[in-house]
Design a protein around this ligand. Structure first.
Ligand SMILES: NC(=O)c1ccc[n+]([C@@H]2O[C@H](COP(=O)([O-])OP(=O)(O)OC[C@H]3O[C@@H](n4cnc5c(N)ncnc54)[C@H](OP(=O)(O)O)[C@@H]3O)[C@@H](O)[C@H]2O)c1
Length: 158
């Protein structure tokens, strides 16, 4: 299987890069910094694609450099600086930061999916997996018993 994982240099993406492949699978790891999983010797082939997914034109270049794919995992994601801290105030977020978050979390997955669809369509069982984060006091996307909030959504996110 050929699997492409964005944001593979740390966090959840690093865990995917370490655990998802089986011997003879090939993982294509996209990030700006080198993924530590490249040093693993477990029979899984790993290739690093050094790329800033917020850059214009990078998505087509990534597609040019990979073979046909079976799985595409959009994992790279960022928040505003100060998010989840007591000093966070939505109304004070600079425009540039809002644009940077949307560029990576929303625009990049759309453009990368467009660029890679021809390579995914050749697979007998192609999969596109989107990792995101949705939560809120009134619209928690988790069961109420986990959040103590009344859930108005009937789906799970991870
Ligand atoms: N952590 C949580 O509690 C949590 C909860 C819910 C959902 N999530 C979601 O899970 C995903 C991963 O979260 P995480 O906590 O594992 O993130 P993380 O540890 O901050 O890692 C983010 C990854 O994205 C890459 N990245 C950031 N900017 C990039 C860019 N411009 N171009 C290419 N790659 C870029 C980083 O690599 P480089 O810096 O090397 O480029 C890194 O590998 C995100 O989509 C997040 O929304 C996380």
């Amino acid at each position: 299987m050929n699997i492409l994982i964005t944001g593979a240099s740390r966090g959840l993406g690093d865990a995917f890069a370490r655990e998802l492949g089986k011997p003879n699978d090939t993982l294509w790891l996209v990030s700006r910094n080198s993924p530590p999983s490249l040093s693993l010797e477990d029979g899984v082939k790993r290739h690093w694609i050094k790329a800033d997914l917020s850059s214009a034109g990078i998505h087509a270049k990534i597609a040019e450099g990979v073979p046909d794919l079976d799985v595409l995992i959009h994992n790279a994601g960022i928040w505003e600086s100060g998010a989840f801290s007591s000093g966070y105030h939505f109304e004070n977020i600079p425009e540039a930061e809002t644009r940077a978050v949307l560029e990576l979390n929303l625009i990049a997955p759309i453009l990368l999916t467009q660029a890679l669809l021809p390579k995914l369509k050749t697979s007998s069982n192609p999969k596109i997996i989107l990792i995101g984060s949705i939560n809120g006091l009134e619209n928690a996307a988790m069961p109420p018993n986990l959040t103590n909030q009344k859930s108005k959504l009937n789906f799970c996110t991870c």
